[in-house]
Design a protein around this ligand. Structure first.
Ligand SMILES: NC(=O)c1ccc[n+]([C@@H]2O[C@H](COP(=O)([O-])OP(=O)(O)OC[C@H]3O[C@@H](n4cnc5c(N)ncnc54)[C@H](OP(=O)(O)O)[C@@H]3O)[C@@H](O)[C@H]2O)c1
Length: 81
């Protein structure tokens, strides 16, 4: 079975990916908010921890879904050049 590592998997798209791929692939689904039993903790802002987790799992594919998706937060906190 091929393996997929999914970072930032606890959101809307992540759950859809999990449902779509869970029967045909070995999944490792991570997020910083572990609110489902199929999720494990990873805050991908910690690059070394992210790298180590991915290398240990040795996935065939890596999907990075996590992002700042709160527009109000982004407007207030992300500098515009
Ligand atoms: N939904 C759509 O229809 C759609 C369509 C096209 C493209 N996209 C893109 O797909 C991506 C995901 O969208 P979404 O709708 O699934 O967003 P979402 O529901 O907000 O999910 C994003 C996930 O990323 C997690 N996350 C954020 N920062 C993290 C970090 N530092 N470490 C680990 N996890 C982190 C969030 O955790 P917290 O909740 O704890 O912050 C959340 O569970 C975005 O880039 C979006 O622009 C979405």
């Amino acid at each position: 079975m091929k393996k997929i590592y999914i970072a930032g998997c606890g959101g809307m798209l992540g759950e859809a990916f999990y449902i779509q791929f869970r029967n045909d692939y070995l999944l490792k689904c991570t997020d910083k908010d572990v609110n489902e039993k199929w999720l494990s903790f990873l805050d991908f802002r910690d690059y070394e921890a992210y790298r180590k987790d991915v290398l240990e799992f040795r996935p065939d594919y890596l999907f990075h879904l996590g992002a700042y998706t709160d527009l109000e937060y982004c407007e207030l906190n992300v500098p515009m050049s």
